[in-house]
Write a protein that binds this ligand. Sequence first.
Ligand code: DX5
Ligand code: ZN
Length: 216
Amino acid sequence: MDRKTIVAASLLSADFIELGKECARAADGGCDWLHFDIMDGSFVPAISFGGPVLKAVTDVSKLPVDVHMMVTEPVRYVKRYAELGASGITVHVEACKDVAATLAEIKALGLRTGIALKPATSVFEIEEYIPLVDMVLVMTVEPGFGGQAFMPETLPKISDIRKLADSFCPGLDIQVDGGINAETAKLVRDAGANVLVSGSYLFAAGDMSAASRSLR
Ligand code: DX5
Ligand code: ZN
C-alpha cells in the first residue's frame, strides 16, 4: 500500500512564550498535525502541560491536534480533552488498567484512537489492541523528554507491527516519536512507519518547510 507520510510537529520543543506563532509556523511550514505531549510526573518523571494549554492551542490551530498522553490511568481525562478539541488521543498500554475500555471510550467520543508502547515493551503486549485503534505509536526514545537520540533497536518493532497489520488492518497508521530527523525518518519509513512526530529537529530549523519536507 502506498502511504502518504504524515508529519506531526511536537509542541514540546516550541517556544512557549510564542506558542500561537509556533502553531502558525508549523502550519505554514507544511506540517500535517500538531503533537501535544501531556506528562503527569508519575507515568514519566516530567510534568509538561494539560487542559488549559490544550484549549489555547486548539483555539488557534488550523491543524489537527494529536494528543499523546504520558499519564497514569488516562481514561480519567479523555472526555475532557475531547471537549477541548483534541482530534486524536493516544494512550500508553503500560499506563492503563483496562486498555480496551480506555480505547473504546476514546473511539466513542469520535476521536482518532491510538495505543503507544515504550521502547522496552514488546509488540506482543499491544497485538490484541490493533483492531481497536487507528494508530500504534512506537516510542523511539524513552518517553518523557524532547531532544533525545533515536534508538535504532526499536526499528524491528515497527516492521513487525506493519507485517501484523498488513494481514488484518491494512489501513493502520504507525507513528514514531523521539529523535526523528532527516536521517532517522528514512529508517522508520523504510520499516513501515507513516506518521512521524518531530520536535527539536523541526522547531530548531530556520526553515521549517525544508525541515518538514526532509522527513517525507
Ligand atoms: C517525548 C515526546 C516527544 C518529544 C519528541 O516523550 O513524546 O513527542 O517531543 O521530541 P524530539 O523530536 O526532540 O525527540
Ligand atoms: Zn510524544
